[in-house]
Ligand binder design. Structure first.
Ligand code: SF4
Length: 366
């Protein structure tokens, strides 16, 4: 397999926090999060979506709790979930207390927005008892009025000032179990804000470009913003925010981490962009393979290349490779030519061989 030097700076040293069974920060791998978009009060639908997100690889799942019935759903949802859950709460401290009682693993609240000092103290006391961390989530679209007045408009400095303000509230209560996000829809503003905050605190950072858009533009924005930060060693957990199925957020999050060599999961599919030399319909085969191989968790390298120009070179570096050859396509296994396969067998043989390669990786780990 091809190997090259990592293209990023050493990771920023952050203070690890425990979110249920998942460590965020410190030496822990950068975790991938998403958020349900079902009605949290509908426990069945939400539990199903949490399970689907976990199956897709989400390490953590956030659920919103806009009212008491949603907060009361936390208990049954936690009981059914295989991954730690984060409750997203605004304005009402009682919802945080109910979620904590239900066994939530993390709260996403901004302490400055949930009421008086006494109320914040009450939430922190309950969180401390249960060892539940708090994620402070600053969003450029909802900055405090006085900060907007001071800075004139949403900007990185205003976001950092807001983050530090919420952090101080928790530090004054001697509660350092904190993660922080500073999200804007502008990549430049987001990157600047995280860079500045990263120099001032050692809490783990939750990365994200907020309201990034639909699947394609949102993925591009997120990959650039999160990629820049991660390449500088900044970031301990991430969410890719897309106007799309939340499962896609998990897939794109993993793709960003896989591309940077920070995590491995599932098939790394190398395929050519196609041209008139292609000896089989590469685009169709790749689209089918992506669906048929979505269940693979092991890091299997698969190359699917339309012709002999680049095919053998890529196949030699992969667990499984295919080189187009006009009805006489060549299958490579572990970097070596293995057998010729006809067009109609392409997908089924590749799926079979990738599954075998995944099983071998599993056995070697066991
Ligand atoms: Fe075209 Fe072959 Fe390159 Fe694919 S590998 S883009 S088919 S020349």
């Amino acid at each position: 397999m091809s190997r090259s030097e990592p293209l990023f700076a050493p990771r920023r040293r952050s203070r690890p926090v425990q979110v249920g069974k998942v460590v965020v920060g410190g030496e822990a791998p950068v975790s991938v999060q998403s958020m349900t978009n079902t009605d949290t009060r509908d426990v069945t639908a939400t539990a199903e979506q949490i399970a689907a997100l976990a199956e897709a690889g989400a390490d953590l799942v956030r659920i919103s709790c806009p009212d008491i019935i949603a907060a009361e759903a936390v208990g049954p949802l936690v009981a059914q979930s295989t991954v730690p859950l984060v409750a997203d709460i605004h304005f009402d401290h009682r919802l945080a207390l109910i979620a904590l009682e239900g066994g939530i693993d993390c709260l996403r609240i901004n302490p400055g927005n949930i009421g008086s000092k006494e109320r914040v103290g009450e939430v922190v006391r309950a969180a401390r008892e249960r060892k539940v961390p708090i994620r402070i989530g600053v969003n450029a679209g909802s900055l405090e009025k006085d900060l907007l007045a001071r800075y004139g408009e949403p900007c990185a400095d205003a976001m950092v000032a807001s983050g530090l303000r919420h952090i101080r509230i928790l530090e004054d209560l001697d509660y350092p179990e904190i993660k922080i996000s500073l999200k804007a829809s502008s990549v430049a503003m987001t990157v600047e804000a995280y860079r500045k905050l990263a120099k001032q605190v050692d809490y783990p950072l939750h990365l994200g470009i907020t309201e990034a858009g639909g699947l394609l533009p949102g993925s591009v924005k997120s990959a650039i913003g999160l990629g820049l930060l991660l390449s500088e060693g900044i970031g301990d957990t991430l969410r890719v925010s897309l106007s799309a199925d939340p499962i896609e957020e998990v897939r794109v999050g993993f793709d960003i981490l896989k591309t940077l060599g920070l995590r491995t999961r599932g098939v790394n599919l190398i395929s050519c962009p196609t041209c008139s030399r292609q000896e089989f319909p590469v685009i169709d085969v790749v689209a089918t393979l992506e669906k048929r191989l979505a269940h693979i968790r092991e890091a299997v390298n698969l190359s699917v290349i339309g012709c002999i120009v680049n095919g053998p070179g890529e196949a030699r570096e992969c667990h499984v490779g295919l080189v187009g050859g006009g009805g006489d396509n060549l299958l490579y296994l572990d970097g070596k030519p293995a057998e010729k396969i006809e067009d109609h067998q392409l997908v089924s043989r590749l799926v079979q061989e990738v599954e075998l390669a995944a099983a071998k990786i599993r056995d070697n780990k066991a």
